[in-house]
Write a protein that binds this ligand. Structure first.
Ligand code: ATP
Length: 513
């Protein structure tokens, strides 16, 4: 646990030191669970968003984009069920006065049991070597089977109690599992209560006439209320999708995990409209498709897993999370939900306007079913960033800190150095920049010895460093150094563009899907 915490602290301080993420309003001691993306963070975030948008919208002729407003008519949230049901179960520890999400306390307890399973697996893999059969081990080793049974029983019970809103049983479960406050170790808990997560605000000039509004807690509803407008103007035929990225706001009860759980965050969502009855098939297709998107970035197959929901949200008939191995363990990165016709039907009911599709093949009207994929951009940022940060031991006994971001997402693609600050080398370096900057984000750096400049760019995640030296003036060649392998090559300046392009071009990365 201590190592995990230590690794996570390193991620947070690296993000700050290298201009990726700052605490919001830091000079006023910050605002809890609100963060700002700095010069490098803004670029990385933009690149992740673009990587998603290309894969979802540009490459699918049956998916179009949308950019709906954050404010929506307040009835939207009555219809969607958020006013009545968008809440989390909270519990306070009476001794430490710390507040927790009751379901998260139980899930963290489960994660500890799962960690024990992983430990047993690792031990056995080491003992049996090549002959190790993980599948077989998981069903035959009694200790692991017992752990697994415990996990299943706990999650089933939690799911059932939440589904039935039996908050007293959630508390009982916490007590039976002897879960202690992670801060104080105390097991002195209050009752579990529901807490609505929506932020309210007001629209209008005077107090009497002002209208109560909510900041949207998800981007999805902007898509649903625009469903017919988009369908008609784009002349889309079912199955088709509407995709959108944008800010969402939740008054999270506990927000102690950096950009993993924020009060203002960004989502990237697809609502895919389909024929009723075909939801199982599309749900499976989108599960597969989204996992392929993740795999294309090469963060490691072992770092992802599906986690099917025991407790289904009020709108879903099937739901799964894509979980990622964050520095604090496996947690939800993306949700895939089969939302049935719940949202469109509710909006029809509350607005009195028909939200139906005329299917020319079947010659009838119906309210389409929906499969949703919803990923947090900030969580994806954290996944990419934390996975990339590595301390590497080098052959000469020293270590280097390197941010091995997928080159396609790196904020800066190349840094250009003149070997020395004279003899026309800075001028040539600037000439190279003036040519490359039309295609890539590149920077100039002439401070310190070249070795230190390399280290700085390694820690910044820059995939290429290009050094201009005296030979460059004579034969128009430079040294290009690769971040991950640290290999250096002598290449013609005229080749630089194509070398960089090959590594950072979105097409070649997305083709891996
Ligand atoms: P959690 O169980 O972690 O609270 P959720 O199941 O409520 O998440 P969804 O409503 O399915 O999340 O939202 C879709 C995605 O939006 C999540 O998979 C996550 O990546 C992102 N997300 C949700 N809440 C937050 C938040 N507070 N901060 C950052 N990202 C978030």
């Amino acid at each position: 646990m201590a190592k995990q915490e230590d690794d996570f602290k390193k991620v947070i301080s690296h993000a700050k030191e290298y201009g990726y993420v700052f605490q919001s309003s830091e000079i006023y001691d910050g605002l809890s669970a609100v963060y700002d993306y700095a010069q490098n963070g803004a670029e990385l975030k933009k690149n992740i968003r673009e990587y998603w948008w290309k894969a979802m919208v540009q490459l699918n002729d049956n998916i179009v984009g949308l950019d709906a407003a954050i404010f929506m008519h307040p009835t939207t949230w009555k219809a969607s069920g958020h006013v009545d049901a968008f809440s989390d179960p909270l519990i306070d520890n009476k001794d430490s006065n710390k507040r927790y999400r009751a379901d998260v306390l139980v899930e963290d307890h489960v994660a500890k049991i799962e960690a024990k399973i992983e430990k047993e697996v690792k031990k056995a893999a080491k003992r049996f070597g090549d002959a190790f059969d993980k599948e077989q081990f998981l069903i035959t080793n009694q200790r692991v089977v017992d752990y697994q049974e415990k996990v299943t029983t706990i999650l089933k019970r939690l799911g059932k109690s939440l589904e039935e809103e039996d908050l007293a049983d959630v508390k009982k479960l916490i007590e039976e599992l002897e879960i202690a406050c992670p801060m104080s170790g105390s097991k002195n808990w209050t009752d579990v209560k529901q807490f609505n997560l929506m932020f309210g605000t007001k629209l209008g000039a005077s107090a009497e006439t002002a209208m109560d509004l909510y900041l949207r807690p998800e981007t999805a509803q902007g898509i649903f209320v625009n469903f017919l407008n988009v369908q008609k103007t784009s002349r889309m035929k079912i199955p088709f999708g509407i995709a959108q990225t944008g800010k969402a706001f939740r008054n999270e009860i506990v927000a102690r995990q950096f950009i993993f759980r924020m009060r203002e965050f960004e989502q990237m969502e697809l609502q895919f409209f389909i024929k009723p009855g075909s939801q199982k098939e599309w749900y499976e297709k989108w599960k597969e498709n989204r996992m392929k998107w993740h795999m294309s970035l090469g963060l490691g197959e072992d770092n992802y897993r599906f986690h099917d929901h025991e407790k289904l949200a009020h709108y879903a008939d099937a739901a799964t999370d894509i979980e990622f191995r964050f520095p604090f363990g496996f947690k939800e990165l993306e949700g895939i939900h089969s939302r049935t016709d719940f949202d469109l039907t509710k909006h029809q009911e509350f607005s009195g306007k028909k939200l139906q599709y005329f299917d020319t093949e079947e010659n009838k009207n119906y309210v389409p079913y929906v499969v949703e994929t919803s990923i947090g951009l900030d969580r994806m940022f954290l996944a990419v960033f934390s996975n990339a940060l590595q301390e590497e031991e080098l052959e000469n006994g020293t270590t280097r800190t390197v941010l091995k971001l997928p080159a396609v997402l790196a904020p800066t693609k190349a840094a250009i150095f003149p070997l020395v600050k004279k003899d026309g080398l800075p001028e040539l370096a600037h000439e190279i920049i003036d040519d490359l900057k039309w295609d890539f984000n590149v920077i100039y750096d002439q401070k310190d010895a070249v070795g230190r400049r390399y280290r700085r760019q390694d820690a910044n995640g820059t995939p290429f460093c290009i050094t201009v030296d005296h030979q460059s003036l004579e034969d128009k060649t430079v040294t290009i150094r690769h971040r991950d392998t640290m290999e250096q090559q002598r290449v013609a300046i005229s080749e630089l563009k194509s070398i960089i392009h090959k590594e950072v071009d979105m097409k070649s990365w997305l083709m891996k899907m």
